[in-house]
Design a protein around this ligand. Structure first.
Ligand code: ADP
Ligand code: MG
Length: 306
């Protein structure tokens, strides 16, 4: 064996020290399901995707059971533009007609889903992409939304088209994959009992799947540091009731609303904690899970916050 100098020796001790410190965390997550939602905004650059994939592959390698649910709003918008299909939004929700839902399914379950599976393969992970349609994973029901009329304060029921919410989750397909050490990657599209295809907000889909799998942790990777207060400062920890209050008082708006409400539901359903964090920060996921340091905003049950 080649002799090593003192400097290299010290360097190696530091590196192995990191591994030794991670051991109790590895034990904690061994065999446990970790639901990771990868937001469309966080996957904007190839580097973010490959860093995310190597973190997930490592998580799998050390014995945790990662399940990935991905979004794709910006990518859907770009494809609709390319095809010359007009996008209309009501209160931040895309009005989804027949032409739009076919593009949504193509982008989510085709393009993005397979790109993530390929990135995981490059990182040494064995992943299988499914949509909510596979194995009856997500049965969707049409979302009935109320929109504010622009000219008055009254609320009218509006038809968003093929936008749905999960009405039933069947995790058989995910269990089967995980049993064979395959990492499931889920596109948030589901079938309705009417046989139609519905687009589901990826945060909502992730929450429903986390609950059905009894996930120990849920991590929401997005394009901001976490939940920000009115001054734009990161809030490191929130109880369920504090999180709800931020939605009520308008501090949290837009795409952060389904994210925070999904975390609240997950914690209420028994998850130890749910975290919203920046998916673009290098190895944010590993720092959060395998060190004493927290990343982003952690949402915990009211009585558990220390
Ligand atoms: P994703 O693709 O990850 O689902 P979204 O755009 O749907 O991303 O949701 C994240 C966005 O929510 C942020 O980029 C930010 O613009 C918005 N947002 C609204 N209120 C807040 C808040 N209080 N703290 C952080 N982000 C917020
Ligand atoms: Mg979103």
């Amino acid at each position: 064996m080649a002799k090593i100098d003192e400097h290299t020796h010290q360097d190696l001790i530091m590196k192995t020290g990191t591994l030794v410190e991670a051991l109790p965390f590895m034990r904690r997550y061994s065999g446990k399901t970790i639901l990771v939602k990868f937001g469309g905004h966080a996957m904007g650059e190839a580097d973010y995707v490959s860093a995310f994939a190597s973190d997930i592959a490592l998580l799998d390698q050390v014995g945790a059971r990662p399940v990935v649910v991905h979004g794709g709003g910006p990518q859907i918008g770009a494809m609709l533009d390319k095809l010359g299909i007009e996008s209309n939004f009501v209160d931040g929700l895309r009005v989804t007609d027949e032409a739009t839902i076919s593009v949504v399914e193509m982008v989510l379950a085709g393009g993005i889903n397979k790109a993530l599976v390929a990135a995981l393969a490059s990182a040494g992970g064995r992943a299988v992409g499914v949509s909510g349609k596979d194995g009856g994973l997500i049965t969707a029901r049409k979302l009935s939304a109320k929109a504010k009329k622009t000219d008055s304060t009254t609320h009218d029921a509006i038809d968003l088209g093929f936008v749905g919410e999960p009405s039933e989750i069947d995790v058989t397909v995910l269990d089967a994959l995980m049993e064979h050490h395959l990492i499931p990657v889920v596109a948030p599209v589901g079938s309705g009992t009417d046989g139609k295809t519905y687009n589901i907000n990826a945060d909502t889909a992730a929450g429903a799947i986390a609950a059905a799998l009894n996930a120990k942790r849920m991590l929401m990777l997005t394009d901001v540091a976490g939940v920000l207060d009115k001054k734009g400062n990161l809030i490191p920890a929130l109880t369920v009731s504090e999180a709800e209050a931020l939605v009520c008082d308008g501090t949290v708006t837009g795409g952060m609303i389904p994210k925070i409400m999904t975390c609240v539901d997950a914690v209420r359903c028994g998850a130890e904690a749910a975290v919203i964090m920046d998916g673009r920060a290098p190895h944010a996921l590993l720092v959060e899970l395998f060190t004493e340091h927290g990343m982003g905003t952690m949402i915990k049950a009211d009585e558990k916050l220390t």
